[in-house]
Design a protein around this ligand. Structure first.
Ligand SMILES: Nc1ncnc2c1ncn2[C@@H]1O[C@H](COP(=O)(O)OP(=O)(O)OP(=O)(O)O)[C@@H](O)[C@H]1O
Ligand SMILES: CC(C)(CO)[C@@H](O)C(=O)NCCC(=O)O
Length: 307
């Protein structure tokens, strides 16, 4: 690539027609050379469910505005790993780990393409996809979970009055899950060392709501933290099991569920480290929510495996 700058912008899927489409049209109109009566075809690389769901809407809208755009819909999983491979190998200060002993994040060095495989990608969007990657373009979706970002967002919309996702994450940051979760110490009165559980480990998510707080006020912050822990721990454990199935030692976590939120990053890292007894390493990305769009962009219209 000969330089340049990538710009990222998010829209809610629900607002695709009225916000995203309007934005795209404006952007194209601004960039079209008015003196050229026959502007060349410009390709729009698209991926994810939206590339299919909104294909007709996009085509019709470009026709209506007489814009010479051609949409190329690319496979979601393919784009995710193409984007991730590119970010791992080309962008400095992109990939980081969570050092559980020092309690902070640490950037990893750029890696050469020959040394990054095999790995597991765990993409946490609305739902969760787990993709085994064994070489350039060699990948297989080996699992998934319906308990993902959409679950946190949906359940916290029911359980709290948070207005948006950021507010939910801020609530989780302030909350105390010990008021909601039943801890090992609540059951044992102490650690259960024989099976590696400390008194502060969660024994049962949300169990205290019934046991102790049924008739008292539950703080939304505590609920947010408890649910964030439940979902992140669950994903971390499934990721570990999937990695174990194929002897993968490196797990990359992507998707907007993470949104750079330290509690989430810590919990995913902790779960993988706990279950693998330190044998597997979790990796995170600065641009975790854009793997698919970066991948589609990198592939470009010339590659022959569009949908
Ligand atoms: N501003 C936001 N508003 C809503 N959700 C957000 C926001 N920021 C992050 N999220 C989280 O990101 C999730 C969606 O992630 P992402 O956009 O990566 O996936 P998606 O493409 O919608 O889903 P999938 O990968 O399942 O198709 C939401 O469910 C929520 O947990
Ligand atoms: C359906 C997709 C692939 C859309 O991105 C994602 O939301 C997902 O992986 N959901 C989990 C579906 C499952 O594996 O049960």
């Amino acid at each position: 690539m000969g330089g340049g700058k990538l710009h990222f912008r998010d829209f809610q899927t629900e607002n695709f027609k009225h916000e995203a489409m309007k934005f795209i049209i404006k952007l194209i109109q601004k960039s079209i050379d008015k003196s050229n009566n026959n502007p060349p075809i410009t390709y729009i690389m698209a991926t994810g469910g939206g590339a299919h769901k909104f294909y007709n809407l996009m085509t019709k809208t470009f026709r209506k505005y007489k814009l010479p755009m051609k949409i190329i819909a690319k496979d979601e999983m393919e784009c995710l790993i193409r984007g991730l491979d590119w970010l791992i190998t080309k962008i400095p200060n992109e990939i980081f780990t969570y050092d559980l002993i020092a309690d902070h994040t640490k950037f990893t060095d750029l890696q050469s393409e020959s040394s990054i495989y095999p790995y597991l990608l765990v993409n946490i969007g609305s739902g969760v996809s787990m993709v085994k990657v064994t070489g350039p373009g060699e990948h297989e979706r080996i699992g998934g979970s319906t308990l993902g970002g959409g679950t946190l967002w949906g359940l916290l919309s029911l359980l709290t009055d948070a207005k948006d996702y950021n507010e939910m994450l801020e609530m989780a940051q302030r909350g105390n899950n010990e008021n909601i979760d039943l801890l090992v110490g609540d059951i044992y009165g102490t650690n259960y060392n024989k099976i590696g559980l400390k008194a502060h480990n969660i024994a049962s998510s949300f169990a205290k709501v019934f046991k102790k707080l049924r008739f008292t006020n539950k703080k939304p912050e505590d609920i947010a933290r408890s649910l964030l822990y439940s979902i992140s721990n669950n994903i971390g454990q499934i990721a570990y099991l999937q990695a174990l199935r194929f002897n993968l030692k490196r797990i990359y976590f992507g998707g907007s569920y993470i949104s750079g939120h330290m509690q989430t990053i810590h919990t995913l890292s902790y779960a993988v480290n706990f279950w693998s007894k330190g044998d597997m390493q979790s990796y995170f990305l600065r641009h975790e929510g854009y793997l698919g769009s970066v991948g589609a962009f990198i592939m470009g219209p010339a590659s022959n495996n569009s949908e």
